[in-house]
Structures are given as C-alpha cells and as structure tokens.
Design a binder for this molecule. Structure first.
Ligand code: GTP
Ligand code: MG
Length: 195
C-alpha cells in the first residue's frame, strides 16, 4: 500500500468540504505538537508532504492525503494548547470533533501521545468522544527517541491504565520515532490491514 503513490488532496475547513466517503480512511489525532504531521511524512517517506513545525498549532485544517487508490490519510489540527488566536482555535476544535464523531468511513483514529508525557486529560476527552461515536482508536506513542529506555515501562503502564476504561480503544500500542524510524513499519502494516 505504501509503495504506491501518495499525494496531498485537499485542506478542509468545514464538514461540507470533506471529500466523497469512498475510501478507507484513517486519521491522526493528538495534542498540538505531538508529531502528527511528521509521522505522516515518515509513513509516506516524503519529508515535506505534511507541513510540520516546532510551533504548536501548525496544522489548522483537516488535511487529506491519498494513499494508493484505496485509502485516505487524514492529518488533523491538534487539540490542547496552540499558538494561534482563540476564536480560530475554537473553530478548528469544533470541526475536529464533528469530524471524529461524524465521518462514516473513518476506519480507525490513531491517537498520538507524546511518550514523554503520557495521556493527558484532553486526550481522555477525545477518547471519550471516540467511544461515543464507536470509532475504534489506537494509541501511538511518539518521540520515543526522547525517552530513556528505563522510563518506557512507566509510560506504558500509565497509558495502559488510562486506556482500559475506553471501550473503543484498540489494545495494541505502537511506539514510534519519526526521527529514528522506530515503529513506522509496524504502523504501515497496521494501516494496510484496514480495509
Ligand atoms: P500541530 O499541527 O501543531 O498540531 O502539530 P503536529 O502534531 O503535527 O506536530 P509536528 O509534526 O508539526 O511536530 C512537532 C515537532 O515535533 C516538530 O519540531 C517535529 O520535528 C518534532 N517531532 C515530531 N516527531 C518527532 C520524533 O519522533 N522525534 C523527535 N525527536 N521529534 C519529533
Ligand atoms: Mg500538524
């Protein structure tokens, strides 16, 4: 699947702008700056495909990428703190929630969590929304290159205990580093199994 063509399709600012629901869709959600756009670049092997930056609030639209002719990869704006004016942030938070709860073809939401920080209350809120919408979500830990190997087990314990009350949580965690490449093949394989 990832050997095929990937392209940017469009940036969406309202539910009415979503492309036809005619493909298997997976999205990348998570707090601002967690590494969503960078992960899409690592998955597709195209560095500049999704715009990433060190400033939280970089992605401000729902960005659609085509993966082969069967899948969409969807890069979402972050939630939580963002370095952008409040009314704008509120607008995209609303859109984000409508999208997560209302997209028929959304097959799985990858909820990215910074491996240094674990699951925060805002993540929990999004996970509860996904439970209500019955959208299966899977937790992807990011930036594991920044965590000492001795601390990984603590993070995993925290994440597992926070996930356990969520009926829509897919139990398997994926540990990634977009920088070093860890977990990228696993995540590609996971996406390829979703039809
Ligand atoms: P928003 O669009 O603002 O919500 O952020 P985002 O989640 O898309 O984050 P983005 O991909 O823009 O990355 C934020 C910062 O984290 C950038 O400076 C990236 O280089 C850095 N980053 C992302 N992934 C990794 C990683 O695996 N390891 C390290 N060390 N840095 C990373
Ligand atoms: Mg982004």
């Amino acid at each position: 699947l990832f050997a095929g063509q990937t392209d940017f399709l469009k940036g969406v600012v309202a539910m009415s702008g979503l492309p036809p629901a005619d493909r298997t869709e997976v999205c990348f959600a998570g707090r601002s700056n967690v590494g969503k756009s960078t992960l899409i670049n690592a998955l597709t092997g195209r560095k500049g495909l999704a715009r990433a930056s060190n400033t939280p609030g970089r992605t401000q639209e729902i960005n659609y990428f085509t993966l082969g002719d069967s899948h969409y990869l969807v890069d979402l704006p972050g939630y939580g703190y963002a370095n952008a004016p409040l009314p704008i942030v509120e607008k995209w938070q609303k859109l984000l929630k409508s999208y997560l709860a209302g997209r028929q073809t959304l097959r799985r939401a990858f909820v990215l969590v910074d491996a240094r920080h674990g699951i925060k209350p805002v993540d929990d809120e999004i996970m509860t929304l996904l439970d209500s919408a019955a959208v299966t979500f899977q937790c992807v830990l990011t930036k594991i290159d920044k965590v000492k190997s001795t601390q990984i087990d603590n993070v995993l314990d925290q994440v597992r205990s926070k996930l356990s009350p969520h009926p829509a949580a897919f139990p398997e965690l994926i540990l990634t580093s977009s920088e070093k490449g860890d977990g990228i093949a696993t995540l590609r394989a996971t996406i390829a199994t979703l039809k």
